[in-house]
Design a protein. Structure first.
Lengths: 394, 206
């Protein structure tokens, strides 16, 4: 604002100087300019010294507005009637803007109207443009917009500031809570001889982690899918609140993991989602979660594994090309997989050449993926576990 | 051989639980409730292995790693994953980290290997490191990019393969896999350092 005032003042000085030949009362012009200069200098010191003075900020604003109005009215004494007004108008706008910024749009508008009144007095005295309503209106409009805009900008800024502060506070609470509660749950799991209590702690930990990773609290949904794999995906969608919008993969995967740990006690499922893994649209999400759920169920039934790792990351172009090559599939340029997901267990594995029981699994998982334009591959060796790998356009 | 361990954690109940869990192959030679105390205890008792929490008063696990990481293997035990300070801790010399919900048997297993100087690279840490390398590669000239083989190894770790499985998959020995992992850690360290220097230069910090 200080800079704005100074520029307006300079402009006014230049304006008056260039019109010096037409001034009816040069002394009045010099007086007004001096007044403006004094005030401009005085308020530029306000931020540094203002707090030392026993003056309320309101008085500063009112004084500035009064001065602005005085300048506008004083204008009519500088020139003779009939002569266009040229002592520039912009300087009083600083006062209006200051009021709008500090006191909101209503005050800004009121200040604008006061200036409009002042300028009307001048117009009337000089008897100039009153005949031209268009110009009069545009002038009124300009003033009103100045005050309103300043008020609006400042209220938006203030709201944004408040929102940022709130978000920070929430983050801090989540962080504190997160550490403390997770710590306690870990202690319970470690120290408790009561297996049910330990299982409860483990469940609560998964719930909390899923919630922190962006999923909504999904107690009922989790219960609903505990024994129904097909209904799982629908429940997941509701639980994640993603209707049409791409969503993060982690909450859904954690829910699947939790369900698996409940169905197959003694198995640990770690869900690892790279921070830069892409968000997923509803259709591929359904395909991927469905396939992952199926792969997990299959591990539980056949693999005799006690550790499963579910891992998601952005798909690597070379990896996709190699996999497509192995599978004998051509990847079309416009449907390029962007997400990679793997489900790996440490179970007994199987010999892909000899195993017939896995054909159904591989057909079903592949069906889900290729239906959505993705790739699926299952790799295993006896004694080395099984890995299901999925690529899809997220 | 018994591994001599120092445990640093600000929760007494956690330390005592951990002590009970470690079993007969480990001997707890010192305990601390904050970073300053931990550094002091480690200097006086010179253990074979340090187990430290990430969030503690007076600097936490990161301060412990920075102070003693070059003399003794440090493993971070934490409840929180996917945090940049975790990555910082590993980049400044921690051998890796374990989540506190790791089962007792796995914990003993990992700690035994860590005491032999083998990096404790969980899938989630591998995922964090991979992401970090992708980020560095996308935004700037990395001081040291991952080789194709290193990326492969790291990705297999993230996917849950053991070093032995990775070795078989890539037709290399488990020892070679371990060396790759160590190199990856070195490169991570270099890149983080370079980034710190660049940040300092850009922001005019002497």
């Amino acid at each position: 604002m200080t800079v704005f005032r100074a520029i307006c003042l300079a402009w006014a000085v230049i304006g008056v100087w260039s019109e010096r030949g037409f001034l009816a009362r040069p002394w009045a012009a010099v007086g007004l300019l001096t007044l403006m200069a004094l005030w401009t200098a005085a308020v530029s010191l306000w931020p540094r010294w203002g707090s030392l003075l026993p003056i309320d900020r309101l008085w500063v604003h009112l004084t500035e507005l009064g001065l602005g109005a005085a300048v506008l009215i004083g204008d009519s004494f500088v020139y003779d009637p009939g002569r266009g007004i040229s002592l520039p108008w912009s300087w009083p706008a600083a006062g209006v803007m200051a009021v709008g910024l500090v006191r909101g749009w209503r005050a800004g508008l009121a200040a604008s109207l006061a200036m409009v009144g002042a300028s009307l007095i001048t117009e009337f005295r000089l008897d100039t443009n009153l005949a031209d309503p268009v110009q009069a209106f545009s002038r009124i409009g300009l003033w009103a917009v100045t005050g309103l805009l300043a008020g609006y900008v400042s209220s938006r800024l203030r709201r944004a500031e408040a929102e940022v502060a709130l978000a920070h506070a929430r983050e801090e609470v989540a962080r504190q809570l997160h550490d403390g509660v997770l710590q306690t749950l870990a202690v319970i799991q470690r120290r408790s001889d009561d297996t049910e209590l330990a299982a409860l702690a483990r469940d609560q930990e998964s719930d909390l982690r899923r919630f922190l990773s962006g999923g909504r609290s999904a107690g009922p949904a989790a219960a609903a899918i505990a024994d129904d794999a097909t209904g799982a995906v629908a429940a997941l969608r509701t639980a994640m609140g993603g209707e049409g919008e791409p969503v993060g993969l982690e909450p859904g995967l954690r829910l699947l993991a939790q369900r698996h740990e409940r169905l197959f006690p003694g198995t640990t499922v770690s869900v690892v989602v790279a921070p830069d893994a892409p968000r997923v649209r509803p259709d591929p999400l359904e395909a991927v979660l469905g396939a992952a759920g199926e792969a997990l169920t299959n591990v539980g039934k056949h693999a005799e594994a006690d550790r499963i790792t579910v891992y998601a990351e952005p798909a690597d172009e070379d990896d996709v090309a190699e996999a497509a090559d192995r599978l004998g599939i051509e990847v079309l340029g416009r449907r390029r997989p962007t997400l990679f997901l793997s489900i790996k267990d440490n179970g007994r594995g199987f010999d892909p050449a000899a195993a017939t029981e896995r054909i159904g699994l591989s057909r079903s998982i592949r069906g889900r993926l290729t239906g959505a334009g993705g790739l699926a591959e299952i790799a295993s060796r006896p004694g080395r576990g099984t890995e299901v790998r999925l690529w899809i356009e997220a | 051989m018994v591994v001599r361990v120092v445990i640093a954690d600000d929760h007494g109940i956690w330390r005592s639980g951990l002590r009970a869990d470690l079993g007969e192959n480990f001997a707890v030679v010192g305990e601390a409730a904050d970073a300053a105390e931990a550094i002091e205890v480690i200097r006086t008792s010179s253990p074979d292995l340090v187990l430290t929490d990430l969030h503690m008063p007076n600097g936490g696990g990161l301060a412990v790693v920075k102070a003693v990481g070059e003399q003794v293997p440090v493993v971070i035990l934490t409840v929180s994953e996917a945090e940049s300070d975790l990555l910082d801790a590993v980049a400044s010399g921690a051998l890796g980290y374990l989540v506190k919900s790791t089962t007792s048997e796995e914990l003993r297993n990992h700690l035994w290997r860590a005491s032999q100087g083998e990096p404790v690279f969980s899938p989630s840490l591998a995922a964090l490191v991979l992401t970090e390398f992708r980020r560095v590669k996308a935004t700037q000239q990395p001081a040291d990019a991952l080789s194709a083989r290193e990326r492969e190894v790291l990705q297999l770790v993230a996917r849950g393969h053991t070093y032995r499985e990775i070795g078989e998959e890539l037709y290399i020995s488990a020892k070679t896999v371990e060396n790759h992992v160590r190199n990856i850690l070195k490169k991570l360290h270099l890149n983080r350092k370079q980034e710190l220097i660049r940040y300092a230069l850009e922001h005019g910090i002497e």
